[in-house]
Design a protein around this ligand. Structure first.
Ligand code: PLP
Length: 666
């Protein structure tokens, strides 16, 4: 038996998405009742579907309502006059459509023994508050719209009969496209204005709104239809996602960063809309297992669509997208050859092999790095020789390198730190003098420059990471770039089992089933799914770089005034695409560890880059490093903290971090 679902207002902004989603199920029959006050074509694409009937009618009309409620198992009440300005136009009509209609609906649901009533309410019932609000918080309506939602909620709670399950969903501030658009909603309104008028007027801007995408709202309704009544009946749920509580000014800035030449005018004048609410969505996440899919965050529809297109293309492993990605990297970096790989670790490993590193060779490197740098050396049974770092940039001190060179030294493996560049001129000069190879671990430094040249532009061996925290991400991934064609060919081959020629082409028309294995290689290739994400990220290269620069500037300004904090400033030959924001804690009272704990209490998660590698037990066993030989590395480790820094951190979040740092030391 099909579930018979009645949706009042089903041809509206949210209704369109809900109908679309529900029609994918074969066990549901949908009746839409709508007055078509705004337009009547939004559901045209579904008109022929035999699981849908669309009826013109009024929720205030007894006759219209009896006709549809009497056959329904589940009723979803979306129809209403929605939003403060629309409700303010005609008070009497608003009471009638938003409250008296609920009374009629409840009576009919009781009488016709409907099984479940799902009622659309709004988070605007919370009015204005500075605390995080949940479903039990005090309601303080600031508009007729919010007032009539609360009146209807109360009516449902009191008058619904024992056998009728009710669920009230309080939607956050909805945004996004629908067949029946609404431009009175803040994100949609500001987007349209930016596009056409090239300006955004913001009154105040500090007001919080819990945003939620219109198709996520439809999904919450969808889940409510099928959820277990023992868990969800007689419950109120806020519909949204904790990470989408944002301030109006953040929305404006996000929109202006996407649409060219938009001016934001902040007007600090009294205004009528005093709504300000930050809402908790823990309950819907826990009980209804609801999570918003859409946000205005770091992974955008560009990355999502790129992945979908690859999945649909029929070629999901290494292929054309890899070639395109490599080409795009070469274009940005100015490098000659690029091999996309599954990680930077793989890239370093292959670079060392291509550089001819063998068992017992010595590799001069830094202890201030991630374990992959050292593991890659140890995979080849070679020996890492550590050189202490410089105080200003945490990078291996090039002036100390020469004294560690022996007959066994094969290569220098330098790590560019946090976006800052190593002193490449000096290292190149040393490498030449002693006939050593120079390998660059540039996991942190895609898009950074050394003296006006991109890192990797002139390199023989340069390794990038596209791990999720990195400047550009592919989920997991890395790349090797070189100016040498022979090395390029060798690394390409080593990355795919040591197979000759373009191994991936053997499954395509242009390839051949015949191949040779020239040497024992590795399974280090990047998939086209990853490459597609990478291409989408590279198309946003300027936006991502600019964002990090802005946040870096905010931190620099805000923290330079805190005397217990010293910012790791880098060096004057770097032009970084900033990857980390590292500070040193100089307080005698609150040390680095206490600082991290205090930040954690405020939900601000910091990290440490890095725990010097010689401190890990496995290397203690393998190497004979003496901690006392690394005074700068040890001091840096004791004092350093990486505060939250990423492509998705907002200005507001950065300001909160600064405030909390100030509080800790005040
Ligand atoms: C300095 C350094 N090198 C290498 C890596 C390894 O990168 P991947 O995770 O892409 O292998 C990292 C990872 O964070 C790193 O910080």
């Amino acid at each position: 038996m099909k579930k018979k679902v009645l949706i009042t207002g089903g041809a509206g902004y949210i209704g369109y998405h809900l109908v679309r989603q529900l029609l994918k199920r074969k066990d549901v029959y949908i009746t839409v009742l709508d007055s078509f006050l705004y337009e009547d074509s939004s559901l045209n694409e579904f008109k022929k579907n035999k699981n849908l009937s669309i009826i013109k009618g009024d929720i205030c009309n007894l006759y219209d309502m009896v006709k549809v409620v009497k056959n329904a198992d589940i009723v979803i009440a979306l129809a209403a006059i929605v939003g403060d300005p629309a409700c303010a136009l005609d008070e009497e009509q608003t009471y009638s459509s938003n409250y008296h209609s609920t009374a009629l609906l409840v009576q009919l649901c009781n009488y016709y023994k409907v099984k479940r009533l799902i009622f659309a309410s709004s988070c605007s019932v919370y009015g204005a508050s500075d605390i995080l609000l949940n479903e039990g918080s005090k309601l303080s309506p600031l508009s007729l719209y919010a007032k009539t939602r609360i009146m209807s909620e109360e009516l449902i709670k009191k008058n619904v009969s024992q056998n009728l399950e009710w669920i009230i969903l309080r939607f956050g501030t909805v945004f996004g496209w629908s067949k029946r658009m609404r431009f009175d909603l803040v994100v949609n309104f500001l987007t349209a204005n930016s596009f056409f008028a090239k300006k955004i007027d913001i009154l105040g801007g500090d007001q919080w709104r819990p945003l939620v995408h219109v198709s996520d709202v439809a999904n919450a309704l969808f889940l409510s239809i099928f959820a277990d009544g023992n868990i969800v009946s007689r419950e109120i749920f806020n519909v949204g996602d904790n990470k989408l509580n944002v301030q109006i000014k953040d929305i404006a800035e996000k929109i202006s960063s996407k649409i060219k030449k938009v001016r934001i005018n902040y007007k600090h004048i009294p205004f009528s809309d005093r709504r300000n609410y930050k809402v908790s969505f823990d309950k819907i996440r826990t009980l209804l297992k609801f999570e918003a899919k859409y946000s205005i965050e770091r992974i955008t529809s560009k990355e999502i669509n790129a992945v979908i297109n690859v999945l649909k293309s029929g070629w999901i492993t290494t292929g054309h997208k890899n070639l395109e990605f490599a080409k795009e990297i070469n274009k940005i970096v100015g490098s000659k050859y690029c091999v996309p790989l599954n990680s930077c670790t793989a890239s370093i490993h292959l670079a060392l092999i291509a550089a001819g590193v063998k068992e017992n060779d010595e590799i001069i490197t830094t202890p201030m790095t991630f374990v992959s740098t050292i593991n890659s050396i140890l995979y080849l049974k070679a020996k890492p020789i550590f050189v202490d770092i410089k105080e200003n940039d945490f990078i291996m001190d090039e002036e100390r390198v020469e004294r560690f060179i022996t007959k066994k030294t094969k290569a220098i493996l330098t790590v560019h730190y946090g976006g800052f560049s190593a002193n490449l001129d000096k290292l190149t000069q040393i490498a030449k003098k002693y006939k050593l190879e120079l390998i660059e671990d540039a996991a942190h430094s895609f898009g950074s420059k050394y003296k006006k040249k991109f890192i990797g532009q002139d390199s023989k061996y340069c390794c990038f990471s596209f791990y999720p925290t990195k400047n550009i991400t592919t989920g997991e991934g890395g790349a090797f770039v070189t100016n040498n064609n022979k090395i390029f060919k060798r690394v390409s081959r080593l990355g795919l089992h040591g197979i000759s020629k373009d191994a991936w082409k053997r499954y395509s028309k242009v390839g051949s089933w015949k191949y040779d294995v020239k040497e024992i290689g590795f399974k280090y290739n990047m998939t086209d799914i990853q490459a597609a994400i990478g291409l989408a990220q590279l198309s946003r290269y300027n936006e991502l770089k600019k964002h990090r620069k802005i946040i870096y500037g905010i931190y620099s300004d805000g923290l330079s005034k805190v005397k217990e904090v010293e910012i790791v400033k880098g060096n004057n030959y770097s032009d970084p695409f900033q990857h980390l924001f590292v500070i040193r804690i100089k307080s005698k009272v609150i040390n680095r560890n206490v600082f991290i704990e205090k930040m954690k209490e405020k939900n601000i998660i910091c990290s440490v880059h890095f725990i010097p590698v010689y401190r890990f037990s496995v290397y203690k066993k393998l190497l004979t490093t003496k901690v006392k030989d690394y005074p700068q590395t040890e001091k840096a480790f004791q004092e350093c903290v990486s505060i939250p820094f990423s492509s998705s951190i907002t200005k507001k979040e950065a300001t909160t971090v600064i405030k909390e740092v100030n509080k800790i030391f005040s």
